[in-house]
Design a protein around this ligand. Structure first.
Ligand code: MG
Length: 341
């Protein structure tokens, strides 16, 4: 069997079966945004890594400084999604020998900028040469107070499904970069927020800390593969179902403009597009308003209720703007299976 026949998630399952049993200090291993390690103190350690491959995650002409910021941001996002604070980065890079030294320095400047914004540092790594596409693999360690840790598992029937910010902007940015003339068809005020969302996403570390500190949320992750795919990750880990309403998904005026230009509805772009790095979390209904108000007050970031958790894991429902109930299916970004459009 080839990897492309199995897909990313099938491959993870196969690999997991081969791993030796976890040692005692592993609280969470494979299957969440981060691995969680116990410590004798009042916090857990959080470990995550994320790879950026030229041609697959970034276009070869992407400015290296933006690339550095994004490579840091996607890892910061995973730590924030567990309610944690970021601490230390390691960076392993496979670089082509003809790459200008300036390029590498600019990449590190971007990495440093983003790390410092969130109070983290860069303390090591590894360099290698490659003849193939360049590969940037970034590792990040963080920590979280034990009582604040939020995982993909923990959502309960009746909980409200909430998201931060607006969804689909990064997908819009990718479309602008990859489709001829689409950018020119949009006014600059619509183009910029979409491109920014794709090139320099803002990791929701502050928001993750604020959500966790309410003590009310039951599960959380960051939306890296698209809302549909990632919400199903919560459902799977929590052994529950979900119903979401397409017309409640928060969508920016810029994405609405892009959708009108493409003559498509905007909500599928927001539902299926990856790389938003917003947070999706669940809260018992009685505390939903309290949590959204607290988080919006503490961070200035919008929080929107888009659906509810259902008891049956088989019930995964999307209510279209026309009121029709259709299956909520994972059409997010699954490496190896599909090509990004
Ligand atoms: Mg994640």
């Amino acid at each position: 069997m080839k990897i492309k026949e199995l897909g990313e998630f099938g491959l993870i399952e196969r690999i997991t079966r081969l791993l030796p049993p976890y040692s005692w200090e592993v609280v969470v291993g494979v299957g969440d945004d981060v691995a969680v390690l116990n410590t004798p103190q009042d916090h857990y350690l959080l470990l995550t890594c994320d790879i950026q491959v030229e041609g697959s995650h970034f276009l070869p002409d992407t400015p290296p400084r933006l690339l550095g910021r994004k490579a840091a941001a996607v890892n910061l996002s995973d730590i924030g999604a567990k309610g944690g604070e970021p601490l230390h980065f390691l960076a392993s890079l496979a670089l082509k020998p003809e790459t200008p030294v300036d390029w590498v320095e600019e990449f590190y400047r971007g990495l440093r900028e983003e790390a410092q914004t969130f109070g983290a540092d860069i303390i090591g790594g590894n360099l290698s040469s490659t003849r193939g596409p360049q590969v940037l693999d970034i590792f990040l360690m963080g920590r979280v107070e034990k009582e604040r840790l939020l995982l993909r598992r923990g959502a309960r029937p009746g909980d409200v499904v909430m998201v931060t910010g607006e969804l689909g902007n990064a997908h819009g940015g990718l479309l602008i970069l990859t489709r001829d003339q689409l950018g020119e068809a949009l006014p600059p005020e619509a183009r910029k927020p979409l491109l920014d969302a794709f090139l320099t996403p803002t990791p929701r570390v502050k928001e993750g800390r604020a959500i966790a500190s309410t003590g009310r949320a039951t599960a959380m992750l960051d939306i890296s593969d698209g809302l549909a795919q990632d919400l199903l990750h919560i459902c799977q880990a929590s052994e529950v179902g979900a119903r979401i309403w397409a017309d409640r998904i928060p969508i920016s005026p810029a994405l609405e403009k892009l959708a009108r230009t493409l003559q498509v509805p905007s909500w599928p772009l927001a539902l299926e597009g990856g790389e938003d790095y917003e947070l999706c979390f669940t809260v018992p209904r009685t505390h939903a308003r309290e949590v959204s108000q607290k988080v919006e007050k503490a961070t200035g970031t919008r929080v929107t209720a888009i659906g509810e958790i259902l008891a049956s894991p088989r019930e995964r429902i999307l209510v279209t703007p026309q009121g029709e109930e259709i299956p909520l299916t994972p059409r997010g970004w699954n490496h190896f299976r599909e090509e990004k459009k």
